[in-house]
Write a protein that binds this ligand. Structure first.
Ligand code: FMN
Length: 318
């Protein structure tokens, strides 16, 4: 029987397939289903820094009372933040009670503002770790946010970033220097599309496709062994084969959302079955035994991992 267990930053995940942050991890019923189906950990739906601010502004615009005064706005902001937080704290408690796997609270953020005070409440509620989904574009902002939150909690802090950074390797180094316990590569940005009949802007694909895993696959392959941070893969992981690929690249685990949108129970068990079959066929007794085997550092053709041009194919066109 293959050992799927992954131990990192003081937490033990029974397997490397983690339910990523989404609506599915925002209510206790579906969290219970994911846990019963055998995920290795759960990242709760994020509290949005902006969502909380918007909620307090909406409240401020309700009629009948004279708002716009600093102390009233402050009070409403405080009430809204307390209220959203109370629900979230209850979700953390329930998830801890109902599941036996690590429960990771999550916040979407773009600054190191006053919201960082919430972090200690999430820790007090029993979250095993906190994951920040950071929108900041500049690497120095990533470090500042991580340092600000780190100063408020003792549980591991995981930083999830997007791929819109001019230097992803530097961004990961900055996270490490600032004290993050792990990084998640990558958040998937909201995408746009056009309706050409109405000539209107529309929403692009809501869920990822398999081909999108090329981004985290490349970057985890490149960074494995160059950073002390455990790296989790997010975006495009749809199958057991994809899980194996990310682990071979060097991922500690995968955070999956899109693939769980339909019948997560059967997808989770298919992923685990495939991982087990593959490990057996290749005689690996644990995921640690093959993690990073196909990273750039382990490769005899390391330059290929950095190749971005299809020289062969473009060449043939001439
Ligand atoms: C409906 C939906 C809601 C999401 N909500 C969050 C969120 O609250 N916090 C977060 O960090 N990521 C959120 N994400 C992003 C996912 O966690 C994940 O990074 C992204 O979907 C890529 O993974 P996938 O290819 O497995 O879907 C959401 C994604 C979807 C589709």
């Amino acid at each position: 029987m293959a050992a799927f267990e992954v131990c990192e930053f003081g937490l033990s995940f029974p397997n490397p397939i983690i339910a990523g942050s989404s609506a599915l991890t925002g209510n206790i019923d579906s969290i219970k289903k994911l846990s019963a189906a055998g995920v290795g950990g759960i990242v709760l739906k994020s509290l949005f820094e902006e969502q909380i601010l918007m909620a307090s502004r909406a409240e401020a615009n309700k009629g009948g009372v004279i708002y716009g005064l600093d102390e009233i706005d402050d009070y409403i902001g405080y009430y809204e933040r307390k209220h959203s937080l109370a629900e979230y704290v209850a979700l953390i408690r329930a998830a801890k009670q109902e599941t036996g796997v690590p429960v990771i609270a999550s916040i979407n953020c773009a600054s190191e503002g006053e919201w960082t005070a919430f972090a200690s409440d999430l820790e007090a509620a029993g979250a095993d770790a906190l994951q920040l989904n950071i929108f900041a574009l500049r690497a120095q902002d990533l470090g500042a946010i991580v340092r600000a939150v780190k100063s408020r909690i003792r549980i591991p802090l995981i930083a999830k970033i997007g791929y819109y950074h001019s230097d992803i390797a530097q961004a990961v180094r900055d996270l490490e220097r600032a004290g993050a316990s792990a990084a998640v590569l990558f958040n998937r940005p909201y995408s746009i599309d056009f309706d050409i009949e109405k000539m209107a802007l529309t929403q692009g694909a809501f869920y990822s496709g398999h081909e999108e895993m090329a981004h985290p696959l490349r970057w985890i392959s490149l960074l494995h062994g160059t950073t002390g941070l455990p790296l989790f893969a997010s975006t495009g992981v749809q199958s057991g084969d994809d899980v194996v690929k990310m682990l071979l690249a060097g991922a500690t685990g995968v955070e999956v959302v899109s693939a769980f949108r339909r019948q997560p129970e059967s997808v989770i068990s298919a992923m685990k079955d495939r991982l087990g079959e593959w490990m057996q066929a290749h005689r690996f007794e644990s995921v640690d035994a093959f993690r990073g085997r196909m990273s750039q550092a382990s490769s005899r053709a390391p330059a290929m991992y950095e190749r971005v041009q299809y020289m062969k194919y473009y060449g043939d066109l001439q």
